[in-house]
Design a protein around this ligand. Structure first.
Ligand code: AMP
Ligand code: GLY
Length: 432
């Protein structure tokens, strides 16, 4: 198969790395890619938002499968455009990607299909939102309806803070059009995990779990980011909890989207809060997480291309018994440019990636990197590298990942040193 991968982050480097190892992969292209994907795929100078260009390229190169990494082109309808052109695509239609693209749609959908989520109200007017906030009190969660790169959620500790955040969103100051509507939500106190399933519109197969560290600071403090590290499987995960998530969240969502005329194919990624043993849905994403993907794919023990192609072509039922996982933990530490998620500088040179790649069990995935004028790898984004390692348990995977981190010479970067801490903390230190 000729395969075109869309995106340029760490998730896409991981996808490219494993797709390139698939038996059925003839030519692999990545648009727009990064210096990491360039080691395993041919780079195509097309932005992920250039839908016309992508469809044209896929036709010209007789692409058999387009794998869409990020949410932007999914919500914009890239999978629909490819379907019209008769090209198979891995990733949901725009209508199905509303599960991620509109929190208001997602919440109402959950109500219609009895999927457990936090109690909520949705508002386009500040007066209605303010009355709702005052009635329910704090803490309370304020969310922009649309896509906001993981930053559209404010957990307000006071009514005043919630009202200020809500006004900032509705005025368009905070997130532009993505904030034209807000969802105000009950605050849930528990521990989070991410659950991934793959679907082809009708059949859905659970994949695995992960836990992400969204905050910039150690101990899960400080501002929210796109994700500073992740490990898989999540320590909270049990067979019973997995079954509960499938039965109460994943299966009803796939059946519900089908019943509503927007069958879901691709990755359904449920962000779940476990509250006293009960799984409550925080959000759906309609793609692999970044950096969860880097950890998850490191454990996948089957042909990735065959899996994604089966999902894209409605044949998951045929291959679902052939999906296996290595009995290992994988852990990804994100190295970011100092200042991220605030302002940061680009262009600093990074050395030692090869050295890190030679550490036992380690693979470094590029995210925000570029080659500078001298051909050296330099920082070109906020989240820059994902140093990923596998091991027999979280402790070993973590030790190996940080050995990889320490082999990298990049004074202008930083990382959290505590990825996976919840899995390693004594019970008494764990939050419920
Ligand atoms: P979301 O993008 O909806 O997953 O929200 C980002 C993060 O905000 C989540 O990963 C949670 O840590 C937190 N969060 C979102 N909704 C809630 C909620 N209702 N209660 C508590 N925390 C939440
Ligand atoms: N790491 C969280 C996400 O990809 O949405």
């Amino acid at each position: 198969m000729n395969v075109l991968l869309i995106g340029s982050g760490g998730r896409e480097h991981a996808l490219a790395w494993y797709l390139a190892q698939s038996d059925g992969c003839r030519e692999l292209f990545c648009a727009p890619g990064n210096p990491g994907t360039a080691q395993c795929a041919e780079t195509v100078a097309l932005g992920a938002d250039n839908l016309d260009g992508i469809v044209r390229f896929a036709r010209e190169k007789s692409i058999d499968l387009v794998v869409i990494g990020p949410e932007g082109p999914l919500v914009a309808g890239l999978a629909d455009r490819l379907a019209e052109a008769g090209i198979a695509a891995f990733g949901p239609s725009a209508a199905a990607a509303r599960l991620e693209g509109s929190k208001a749609f997602m919440k109402d959908f959950c109500t219609r299909h009895n999927i457990p989520t936090a109690a909520y109200g949705r508002f386009t007017d500040a007066a209605g939102a303010e009355a709702f906030i005052r009635k329910n009190g704090a803490p309370v969660v304020v969310k922009a309806d649309g896509l906001a790169a993981g930053k559209g959620v404010v957990i307000a500790q006071s009514v005043d803070e919630a009202i200020a955040a809500m006004r900032d969103m509705l005025s368009g100051n905070a997130f532009g059009a993505a904030g034209h509507e807000v969802v105000i939500e009950e605050f849930l106190d528990g521990e989070e995990l991410s659950f991934f399933a793959i679907a082809d519109g009708k059949t859905v197969v659970p994949l695995t779990s992960a836990q992400d560290h969204k905050r910039a600071g150690e101990g899960d403090t400080g501002p929210n980011t796109g994700g500073m590290g992740a490990y898989s499987p999540a320590h909270l995960m049990t067979e019973g909890l997995g079954r509960q998530i499938e039965e109460t969240i994943i299966n009803p969502a796939i059946a519900g989207m089908r019943a509503e005329g927007a069958p879901f194919s691709g990755i359904l990624f449920a962000g779940v809060m476990v509250v006293n043993g009960r799984a409550v849905l925080l959000e759906f994403n309609t793609r692999f997480g970044d950096p969860e993907c880097q950890a998850i794919l490191s454990r996948l023990d089957c042909d990735l291309l065959a899996l994604l192609h089966a999902a894209a072509t409605g044949r998951l039922a045929e291959i679902k018994d052939g999906i296996f996982w290595r009995d290992e933990t994988a852990l990804c530490v994100v190295m970011a440019a100092k200042g991220y998620p605030g302002a940061y500088a680009r262009g600093s040179v990074i050395r030692g990636i090869d050295r890190a790649d030679h550490c036992e069990g380690v693979k470094v995935f590029h995210a925000g990197t570029a080659l500078d004028g001298a051909g050296e790898v330099a920082a070109d984004g906020g989240r820059v590298l994902g140093v990923t390692a596998t091991g027999k348990d979280v402790a070993e995977a973590r030790e190996r990942a940080y050995r990889g981190v320490d082999a990298i010479d990049w004074p202008e970067g930083f990382c959290r040193r505590d990825i996976g801490w919840r899995a390693l903390a004594p019970r008494s230190e764990k939050r419920s």
